[in-house]
Design a protein around this ligand. Structure first.
Ligand code: AMP
Length: 188
């Protein structure tokens, strides 16, 4: 079983690229953001708890997302592997993921990191807001908080994964197809 992490700031193109990776490599896409938005839409207890945090651009507690990831792993034995999109987002989440995978005698296959500048993040997110209608995409202050949260809590993961030797950076400020070609090369 392969476990790919698609890493990068909000608006880097992770969701778009993950969908293309699923088609080409027969993997299961896990987006913790999508799973959380689904919980909110279904008005579950978890969704109600997560809503305010997400809409303010803050992270939900580590245990919540790790629980969701465990569920998806447990219920999908018939795939070639997984693409984790938007997870892990903290060092603690990364450590918990390592433990889960160790427990299955496995580990992270590769971290594919999409690099884009802060200036472009805001631009891309505002464009997406018009298409997807996400509340956390529509407000300048919330976008700024998400970018700050990324730098503070998520970016330190780059060093964490660099140490493991399976971290690969890809220039994300190119066309969708060019980025996908670079990702595909990394996955061969
Ligand atoms: P995304 O769709 O990946 O941009 O995620 C949208 C929002 O869901 C984030 O801003 C967080 O509030 C929450 N979220 C998604 N993934 C995680 C995660 N791994 N850890 C904590 N919060 C998350």
């Amino acid at each position: 079983m392969k476990y790919y992490i698609l890493f990068g700031p909000p608006g880097a193109g992770k969701g778009t690229q993950a969908k293309k990776m699923v088609e080409k490599f027969h993997l299961k896409h896990i987006s913790t953001g999508d799973l959380l938005r689904n919980e909110i839409a279904n008005k579950t207890e978890l969704g109600l708890k997560a809503k305010a945090l997400i809409e303010a651009g803050n992270l939900v507690p580590d245990e919540v997302v790790v629980g969701m990831i465990k569920n998806v792993f447990a219920n999908n034995n018939d795939v070639a592997g997984f693409i984790l999109d938007g997870f892990p987002r903290t060092i603690d989440q990364a450590k918990m993921l390592d433990k889960i995978l160790e427990g299955m005698h496995s580990g992270v296959t590769k971290v594919i990191s999409l690099k884009i500048k802060d200036g472009l993040i805001g631009e891309r997110i505002k464009k997406r807001a018009e298409i997807e209608g996400r509340k956390d995409d529509a407000d300048e202050k919330i976008i700024k908080n998400r970018i700050d949260t990324y730098h503070r809590q998520t970016e330190p993961l780059i060093n964490y994964y660099k140490k493991s030797g399976n971290y690969h950076e890809i220039e994300g400020e190119r066309s969708i197809d060019e980025v996908f070609e670079a990702i595909s090369r990394e996955m061969q």
